[in-house]
Design a protein around this ligand. Structure first.
Ligand SMILES: NC(=O)C1=CN([C@@H]2O[C@H](COP(=O)(O)OP(=O)(O)OC[C@H]3O[C@@H](n4cnc5c(N)ncnc54)[C@H](O)[C@@H]3O)[C@@H](O)[C@H]2O)[C@@H](O)CC1
Ligand SMILES: Nc1ncnc2c1ncn2[C@@H]1O[C@H](COP(=O)(O)OP(=O)(O)O)[C@@H](O)[C@H]1O
Ligand SMILES: [K+]
Length: 511
C-alpha cells in the first residue's frame, strides 16, 4: 500500500471531486459516514458518553457529520467546537447547520481554558480537531486541552490523524499531540504512523477506503510503501513440484565466537526453515560440537581459530554469504571479513558484529558486493551513519548511505524500514514479544535464505522482514509476548509462509 503525503491526498481529493462529479461536502459525508459505521459496529448502541472535539476545518467537519449520525442512532453525544480561529471551513459550516436539525443540544464552544469540560475515564472521546491541515505545532490553551484529553484515561479515537501530528515532520518535543487509542485514517496511511518518534500517538490503526479516484491513486508517484500480507504475497515465489535441493540455494553463514555460538545456530535454523536447499556454517572450532548436534541438517566448517574467526575458506562457493552474528570485532575477525570480501562475489547479508566491523573499518564498505543487505538495529545504525536529528533526518541519511554504497539497508525496529536507494518499505508485521535476544539473528537467516533461493536482495529483505514479523506474531499468539524466544520465531517461519495465503487479517489488528 502506498504511503501518501498530505499534498498528494489533497490532489487525490480534488481529482475525485471532478471525476465523480461530487461536492467536497458529499465526500466529507461519505468519509465520515464510514467512520460512523465503524463506531456503530463496535459500540452497538452502548449508552456510553461520547464527547466529540471538533476543530473548525474539515477535520472538524468530519466530527460534525459523525456526531449527526451518532445522535440519529440514539447515542449520548456532546459536541465541542474547539474554536481556535473564526475561519470555519465551508463544509464545517454546512454540517454545523445540519447538526441543528437533529439536536437541540447546541455544540459547546471552547475558546479558552475556562471552557474546558470534564472528561471522565469511561468517556469515549472523538478527536476531530486537526487532520492533515495542521500547519504549526499545537500550543497555548489548545495544548492544555490536548493534555486534559490525554490525561483523562478516556478511550480516544482520532479521526484521520491524532491532532498535533504532521504528515511530513516531527512535531517537536514541546508540542502537544493527542495520544489516541485508535486512529481511523482516510484512504492511505501517513508516514508518521510508523516512525519510532511518532507511532505511539496512533494506537491501533485502520485505513478507511473513502473511494478516492482509483486511477489517480494508482498513478501517483510514491516511493514509500507499507508492506502487509498482500504486498508480501506478491513477492513470494512458489516452489516447483519438479525440483531438488539444488534449486533452493546454498547459504553460507559465517559467525560465532566463544560464548556466542548460539547466534549462528539461530541464523542457520531460520535459513533452513525459510527453505534453503543447503546450509553451511563457518565458525571457530569451539562451536563445532554444539552446531553439529544442534542442527544436524547443516554442514559445519571450522576456522583455524579456537575461539574467534580469523580467516575464510577461499575456494568455497555459495549462493549467498551471511556474516556477523556473534562474531566479535577482534582484529583477526576484521581480517577474516576483509579476506571474505576480497574473495567472494556472492551477495551478502551483514548483521550484528559484521556491521560494527564495517563502522570501524570503513574502507571495507567499498568492498561489499553491490546490493548486499545490511540489517542494523538503531545502535548499529548510529555507528554506521552517525547520529540524526529526528526520524525524517534518519531516513534521509540512510537513503544517502544506500545510494553511496549501492546497498539495501533494513533499519530494524517495531516497524522495520527497508531502504533501497530511493525506495522505502515499511513493515507492518511483528510485535513487542520479538524484542528478545537473537531475534535479529533469525531475521538475517531468513533474508540470506531468500537471496540464496534467487530472490532479488531488496525483495528478500522486504519479504524476509515481513515473514519474520509474521512468524513472531504466530509465536506470540500461542505463548504470549513475554515467552517468545528467537527460536520460536524461527520455528514458525513455515506457518508464516503458509499464512501468506490465508484471508487477510483486518488492518486494525496490526500497527
Ligand atoms: N480526501 C481527504 O483526505 C478528505 C479529508 N477530509 C478531512 O479534512 C481534513 C483536512 O481538513 P483541513 O484542510 O480543513 O485542515 P484541518 O481540519 O486539519 O485543520 C484546519 C485548519 O486549522 C488551521 N491550523 C493548522 N494548524 C493550527 C494550529 N496549530 N493552531 C491553530 N490553527 C491551526 C489551518 O488553517 C488549517 O487549515 C482531513 O484530515 C480529513 O479529516 C474529509 O472531510 C474527507 C476527505
Ligand atoms: N516491538 C517490536 N515490534 C516488532 N518487532 C520488533 C519489536 N522489537 C524488536 N522487533 C524485531 O526483532 C528484531 C530484533 O533484532 P536485534 O535488535 O538485532 O536483536 P538481537 O541483536 O538480539 O538479535 C528486529 O527484526 C526487530 O524488528
Ligand atoms: K484528528
Amino acid at each position: 500500500m502506498k504511503i501518501l503525503t498530505a499534498k498528494q491526498l489533497a490532489n487525490a481529493d480534488k481529482v475525485t471531486l471532478e471525476k465523480q462529479d461530487i461536492t467536497s461536502e458529499e465526500l466529507m459525508e461519505r468519509a465520515a459516514t464510514l467512520v460512523f459505521n465503524e463506531i456503530h459496529n463496535r459500540l452497538q448502541g452502548a449508552p456510553i458518553p461520547i464527547k466529540i472535539f471538533c476543530g473548525i476545518g474539515n477535520n472538524g467537519g468530519d466530527g460534525l457529520v459523525i456526531a449527526r449520525h451518532l445522535i440519529q442512532h440514539g447515542y449520548h453525544v456532546t459536541v465541542f467546537v474547539v474554536n481556535y480561529s473564526d475561519k470555519r471551513s465551508d463544509d464545517f459550516l454546512a454540517n454545523y447547520d445540519k447538526l441543528k436539525e437533529v439536536t437541540r443540544d447546541w455544540p459547546q464552544l471552547i475558546k479558552k481554558t475556562d471552557d474546558f469540560p470534564e472528561i471522565n475515564t469511561g468517556d469515549f472521546v472523538i478527536d476531530a480537531m486537526f487532520g492533515i491541515g495542521l500547519n504549526r505545532p499545537i500550543k497555548g490553551w489548545l495544548a492544555d486541552l490536548v493534555e486534559l484529553i490525554n490525561k483523562s484515561q478516556a478511550f480516544i479515537l482520532a479521526i484521520d490523524m491524532p491532532s498535533g501530528l504532521f504528515s511530513d515532520k516531527i512535531p517537536g518535543n514541546d508540542a502537544a499531540v493527542i495520544k489516541a487509542n485508535f486512529t481511523l485514517s482516510f484512504q492511505a496511511p501517513k508516514l508518521v504512523f510508523f516512525l519510532p518518534e511518532t507511532m505511539d500517538y496512533v494506537g491501533d490503526l485502520q485505513i478507511l477506503d473513502i473511494g478516492l479516484d482509483r486511477e489517480f491513486l494508482s498513478n501517483i508517484q510514491s516511493k514509500v510503501y507499507l508492506v502487509g500480507q498482500e504486498e508480501a504475497l506478491s513477492l513470494y515465489k512458489p516452489r516447483k513440484a519438479n525440483s531438488h535441493k539444488g534449486d533452493y540455494g546454498h547459504a553460507l553463514i559465517v559467525g560465532g565466537s566463544y560464548g556466542k555460538i548460539g547466534s549462528v545456530l539461530l541464523t542457520a535454523t531460520s535459513a533452513l526453515k525459510t527453505g534453503s536447499g543447503l546450509c553451511s556454517l563457518y565458525i571457530p572450532k569451539c562451536g563445532y560440537h554444539a552446531l553439529q548436534t544442534g542442527l544436524p541438517e547443516a554442514m559445519v566448517l571450522t576456522d583455524e581459530g579456537e575461539e574467534l574467526l580469523s580467516s575464510f575458506p577461499a575456494d568455497f562457493t555459495s549462493d549467498v554469504v551471511c556474516f556477523g552474528m556473534g562474531a566479535g570485532t577482534a582484529n583477526e575477525t576484521v581480517e577474516a571479513l576483509r579476506e571474505l570480501l576480497e574473495n567472494t562475489n556472492s551477495p551478502m547479508v551483514i548483521d550484528a558484529d559484521g556491521l560494527n566491523i564495517l563502522s570501524k573499518n570503513r574502507d571495507l564498505l567499498n568492498l561489499l558486493p553491490k546490493n548486499s543487505v545490511l540489517t542494523p538495529h538503531p545502535g548499529e545504525l548510529k555507528r554506521l551513519i552517525g547520529d540524526w536529528a529526528d526520524d525524517f533526518d534518519k531516513l534521509e541519511k540512510v537513503r544517502d548511505f544506500s545510494r553511496k554504497y549501492g546497498l539495501t539497508i533494513v533499519v530494524k525496529g517495531a516497524h522495520s524500514f527497508t531502504i533501497d536507494r530511493e525506495e522505502t518499505y515499511i513493515n507492518n508485521s511483528g510485535n513487542p514479544g520479538m524484542a528478545t535476544a537473537g531475534s535479529g539473528d533469525v531475521l538475517s537467516g531468513v533474508i540470506a535464505s531468500l537471496i540464496g533461493q534467487g530472490y532479488e536482495p531488496v525483495s528478500a529483505a522486504v519479504l524476509g522482514v515481513f515473514l519474520h514479523g509474521s512468524a513472531g506474531d504466530i509465536a506470540a499468539s500461542k505463548i504470549g509476548y513475554e515467552s517468545v524466544l528467537a527460536g520460536d520465531i524461527a520455528k514458525n517461519i513455515g506457518k508464516a509462509i503458509r499464512d501468506l495465503f490465508q484471508e487477510p487479517v483486518h488492518d486494525s489488528e496490526k500497527n
